[in-house]
Design a protein around this ligand. Structure first.
Ligand SMILES: [Ca+2]
Ligand SMILES: [Ca+2]
Length: 94
């Protein structure tokens, strides 16, 4: 129960503070690197790469998402139109 609460708090923090907010340019690079098929959107697998790259760069809460394996939960929250892809817009990038 306590663990569940901390996950909810984590998701809340992720929604209010973008994952990449602390260093946008590195995150944009990671986005491009993670976007293997070049469609300017991240599928679940590409998103996982993106988070792992961000975690290496210590961007935002990527480390927490990685260590707690919250990829799919974070993905679902960020994918606002539920098309199974995350665009830069949905990730809060410009
Ligand atoms: Ca892609
Ligand atoms: Ca989407």
């Amino acid at each position: 129960m306590k663990n569940r609460l901390s996950i909810i708090l984590l998701i809340f923090a992720m929604l209010t503070t973008p994952v990449w907010a602390s260093d946008n340019s590195a995150a944009v690079q990671n986005f491009q690197q993670a976007d293997v098929n070049g469609d300017k959107a991240l599928n679940q697998k590409e998103f996982r790469t993106f988070i792992d790259l961000n975690a290496e760069d210590n961007i935002g809460r990527a480390n927490m998402v990685k260590s707690r394996k919250l990829y799919s939960m974070a993905f679902g929250r960020l994918d606002k139109n539920k098309d199974g892809k995350l665009t830069a817009n949905e990730l809060g990038q410009r």
